[in-house]
Design a protein around this ligand. Structure first.
Ligand SMILES: Nc1ncnc2c1ncn2[C@@H]1O[C@H](COP(=O)(O)OP(=O)(O)OP(=O)(O)O)[C@@H](O)[C@H]1O
Ligand SMILES: [Mg+2]
Length: 280
């Protein structure tokens, strides 16, 4: 996590210009782009997850609107990945609900949730290492949409194009650099024809130039595909430039939500990242 605030005699001062002055690089009229996807919002209500002796997610509620990019942020161990795992059926929910529009998806298995339009990527990239890039994406299309091999090839081509990695399609996944692996993972998610993309640290391991390239790629996907995006990341340049709204967790609980401009000045958020001295 990059340090974005520092303490001086004048109080807390921002030391990262991209975080303090920048904001979003452009206002995309994302609501206008929603032609083909459902207008259902994705929401969690009072979501809670207990691991033995530890409440990892504690009464968290949030909504992602169609076509919206929501950043889910918080310090290490604050419950971000667990929240995505609960939303996508990878973990059993202790209490609370996950809904897509009026549809209650609570307790559904991952493949059913995927078929209803939720696609996710993993903090630790999970590709079939012995498959080519194209095969990795085709398999996802077949599994999620029931496409034929021929249809899957077309879907994969489209997804790889959108992620600007069509030139890598015959490369074996095992030899991809990390930045390209992240793009293949998102192409795989896109090949499932998602209404919502849930991205767990897509910026992890990427260098500055790759992060910079990522922002317009994801903005274009939102505009062209019309899907909503819930993104978890520690790179504040990526988050602040990309997201319409932020939701902040600490120790499994919501501590702030709102626009990037509001959230970055929220004392509880500054304290969570930098410690109580930062706001004293
Ligand atoms: N399967 C599990 N069993 C027990 N505890 C778990 C399990 N998965 C996560 N935890 C714990 O739940 C808490 C939240 O973990 P989680 O992975 O959701 O955090 P995170 O916000 O994604 O953190 P990071 O930014 O480091 O990825 C942590 O204390 C973690 O150790
Ligand atoms: Mg995580």
């Amino acid at each position: 996590m990059s340090v974005a605030w520092t303490r001086s005699n004048q109080g807390v001062t921002c030391v990262a210009p991209w975080l303090c002055g920048g904001g979003r690089s452009s206002d995309i009229p994302w609501l206008d782009a929603l032609k083909d996807v459902s207008a259902s919002s994705l929401s969690i209500e009072s979501l809670t997850k207990d691991f033995a002796g530890l409440r990892a997610v504690d009464d968290v509620s949030l909504t992602v609107q169609p076509g919206e990019i929501l950043g889910l942020i918080g310090p290490n161990g604050s419950g971000k990945t667990t929240t995505i795992n609960l939303m996508t059926g990878l973990l059993n929910i202790t209490s609370g609900h996950v809904r897509l529009g009026e549809t209650n998806m609570t307790g559904w298995p991952p493949h059913t949730i995927s078929k209803h339009g939720l696609a996710r990527t993993f903090q630790m990239v999970r590709l079939f290492k012995e498959f080519t890039v194209r095969e990795n994406v085709e398999v996802a299309a077949i599994a999620a949409t029931g496409a034929s091999r021929r249809e899957a090839a077309a879907i994969a081509r489209d997804a790889l194009n959108r992620m600007e990695i069509e030139h890598l399609q015959e490369i074996r996944a095992s030899i991809l650099p990390q930045g390209e692996e992240r793009r293949v993972e998102i192409a795989r998610a896109l090949a499932t024809r998602p209404k919502y993309l849930l991205l767990d640290e897509p910026g992890a391991g990427l260098n500055d130039a790759e992060i910079e390239r990522f922002v317009p790629t994801l903005q274009r996907i939102r505009a062209e595909v019309g899907c909503g995006i819930l993104i978890v990341d520690h790179d504040m340049r990526l988050i602040m430039n990309l997201c319409d709204r932020l939701h902040v967790l600490n120790y499994g609980r919501t501590i702030a939500e709102g626009s990037p401009e509001v959230v970055r000045n929220e004392p509880l958020v500054i304290e969570a990242y930098l410690g109580s001295e930062a706001v004293a």
